[in-house]
Design a protein around this ligand. Structure first.
Ligand SMILES: [Zn+2]
Length: 680
């Protein structure tokens, strides 16, 4: 094997990881050496004579694990964005090793003794606010990881963490397999009536590839929604497609889900918390289970009332097709009909105005110029993780370099579903390193020579993910622990949701939404109707989101020792008890494919989206009405909030921008929940 490129001390090429040299077989050895190196660094810290100081303990901790950080950032993106069988294997091998490595550091008694001693003297150490916070956060991390437990409990904790890590990987790989296996096969093109000719041809080609020549296959989209449900006119096909989607993974993933929930409850009890949810939110901005339960409970009834009004509208249209009651598989189809009839909005008619390149440069980048003065230059000579991925250098208003942004916009078989942001290189004042951030989307690749035309939702996703990217790019902290998006989960969606506002700001929209052939601007009337039509789906969207959130909450508020016999039964009872069991509106994720909470680190955290949205809706109002220019508002938001990362209490950052504590009223208004009356 050639020299492993991860081993080189200064591996960045033009600021990027050395992608041209990285091979699949480099990851595992780099992980192994990275963990060993960090443990040696920890041993050097605990072996330092003369007692602990902030410098020889905390700063040394922050500097440790450089190689591990390097390989982990590259691998996490690669295994999500362009995976292979070998990378899947590496992931399965590495995840329990990483869990054990985390424990080896956080349960190291000598190391903890040093941190604890410094923590005890913290008021007298003369530390600046960020350094003081670093000491407090490391101390908290040790305690939350079990550093104060006795030996027997720590042994059990290590076992639990290892088993949990392995179970999460099993769960995820089961979702991938089950999603592929649950594809819907139909015999005739007539059954696919309503889909475009291109989509039907695509289903035929898909069938050929998957070994069903002469038939048609609709592969399930991951993670949740099947867009064809809005178009298929054959009700029985809609019913079969939805059943396939809702049923995937039921056979395989019930037992791992139960085991994950039970072991998490046991771990929480070991660490002194009544449930996993209590353990999790103690370190989030929400603070307590009651705070989260309270917000959720307040939203359920108004959201259901809103959804019932929507159902009545749908039923009027569906009656013409002889349908008495709207079923789950009818909802998207008749929503589309209502949108077309009541709002004269045809989703397909919008696409020609949303050409990917224009949305990116004249929309997303343009808005970042307006608010923050940024400019972007593509660097096609730089190699990223996949030939589709494009590298842009980001500059400040004065022309100085800020960092790199990588956009990987198209779907492919090797990429997981959804859209997300990653940090390949985190900003760090300690090393002087500039950030490299990355957005992955799943926009279908257009036919050769054709432009990529986006849906309204895809445009929103692009602005959303770029909001995370800005959070990473603007990071201006000393310690890597606090960089960019390393804020609590119930805060991290806030900046990205705020960035969505630019999508429909008139000055931004006018700049990017132009017909890709004629250059005509998107008619203002169409935008107004689209915005109104968006309000129409809020009832459904809020209910399906709340149902998933309450399902997460039910799994993770279980006390230790509670045994669950059957996952489906548990799910049904949990939804009924939360008052949100609506047959026509299934939860956005059912237990067997709820990856956020069983395999992706959002356990007891799915509430974070609506929790963040309180801050988001409030901030969007602030941006429009605080008397400052857009550029001045942007600067303040950047300086006081985005740049700070987790180097101070996030709610303090919020108050530094908006000037007061968050208010829920703008969120309730946006979601049509304020009076529970108006369909907006
Ligand atoms: Zn997000």
């Amino acid at each position: 094997m050639t020299e492993n490129p991860f081993f080189a001390a200064g591996p960045l090429v033009g600021g990027l990881p050395p992608y041209a040299e990285i091979r699949e077989e480099h990851y595992l050895p780099a992980y192994e050496r990275g963990m060993a190196e960090q443990l040696a660094e920890i041993a050097a810290i605990t072996g330092t004579p003369g007692g602990p100081t902030f410098e020889n303990t905390l700063v040394a901790l922050e500097r440790s694990g450089e190689l591990l950080r390097r390989v982990d950032a590259v691998f996490r993106n690669q295994s999500s964005s362009d995976t292979t069988e070998l990378l899947d294997e590496v992931e399965a091998t590495v995840s329990p090793l990483l869990a054990a490595h985390h424990d080896a550091i956080h349960l190291d008694q000598e190391l903890f003794a040093r941190v604890e001693a410094l923590h005890g003297q913290r008021a007298g150490l003369g530390l600046d606010p960020e350094s003081l916070r670093l000491l407090e956060r490391w101390y908290t991390a040790f305690v939350r990881s079990g550093a104060r437990l006795g030996t027997a409990e720590q042994t059990r904790l290590r076992e639990l963490n290892a088993e949990l890590a392995a179970l999460a990987t099993t769960f995820q790989q089961n979702v991938n397999t089950a999603t592929r296996a649950a594809a819907l096969v139909v015999d005739t093109a007539e059954e696919l009536a309503g889909l475009s000719e291109g989509a039907i041809a695509g289903a035929a080609e898909n069938a050929r590839v998957l070994g069903h020549p002469g038939r048609y296959v609709l592969s399930l989209k991951s993670p949740s929604h099947q867009p064809e449900l809005a178009q298929l006119s054959d009700r029985s096909v809609r019913e079969r497609l939805l059943a396939a989607s809702l049923g995937r993974g039921v056979a395989e993933n019930g037992p791992p889900a139960i085991r994950l929930a039970e072991l998490r409850a046991e771990r929480a009890a070991l660490l002194g918390h009544p449930s996993h949810a209590a353990y999790v939110v103690a370190d989030e901005t929400a603070g307590t289970v009651e705070a989260v339960s309270g917000l959720l409970a307040r939203l359920v009834e108004p959201a259901l009332a809103n959804a019932r009004r929507e159902a009545a509208e749908l039923a009027k249209v569906a009656a013409a097709d002889g349908i008495g009651e709207i079923a789950a598989h009818d909802w998207a189809y008749y929503s589309e009909k209502v949108r077309q009839a009541s709002y004269q909005v045809d989703a397909a008619a919008l696409r020609p105005y949303f050409e990917l390149e224009r949305v990116l440069r004249d929309g997303v980048f343009f808005a970042a110029g307006l608010a923050y003065g940024l400019t972007f230059t593509e660097r096609p000579e730089l190699t990223a993780h996949h030939p589709d991925a494009r590298v842009f250098e980001v500059f400040e208003q004065d022309g100085s370099p800020l960092g790199l942004f990588i956009g990987d916009f198209h779907a492919r078989a090797s990429k997981r579903g959804g859209a997300w942001m990653d940090e390949l290189v985190g900003q760090s004042g300690l090393t002087g390193r500039r950030p490299v951030v990355l957005n992955n989307l799943n926009i279908p690749r257009p036919a050769p020579g054709e432009p990529a035309l986006l849906s309204w939702d895809e445009v929103r996703t692009m602005f959303h993910e770029f909001g995370h990217a800005l959070h990473g790019l603007f990071s201006d902290v000393t310690y890597p622990l606090f960089a960019g998006t390393s804020v609590p989960r119930d805060f991290v969606e806030f900046p990205s949701q705020v960035n969505e506002m630019w999508m429909v700001r008139p000055e931004v929209l006018a700049n990017y939404a132009r017909h890709h052939e004629t250059g005509e601007p998107l008619p203002a009337a169409l935008v107004e109707r689209m915005t109104a039509a968006e309000g129409f789906g809020q009832g459904y969207r809020t209910v399906e989101y709340l149902a998933a959130t309450l399902l997460d909450w039910a799994w993770h508020t279980l006390p230790a020792g509670h045994r669950v016999a059957d996952a489906e039964e548990f799910e049904a009872r949990a939804l009924a008890e939360a008052g949100i069991a609506v047959p026509a509106i299934p939860p956005r994720y059912r237990t067997p494919y709820f990856q956020h909470i069983f395999s992706s680190g959002y356990s007891a955290g799915y509430y974070a989206y609506i929790w963040s949205e309180v801050l988001d809706a409030d901030t969007v109002e602030w941006f429009g009405g605080n008397g400052r220019s857009v550029r001045e508002s942007g600067e303040l938001f950047r300086r006081e909030l985005l740049a700070r990362g987790f180097s101070r209490d996030p709610l303090e950052s919020f108050r530094a921008v908006v000037g007061r504590a968050p208010d829920t009223a703008p969120l309730l208004a946006r979601r049509g929940l304020d009076q529970g009356l108006t369909v907006r």
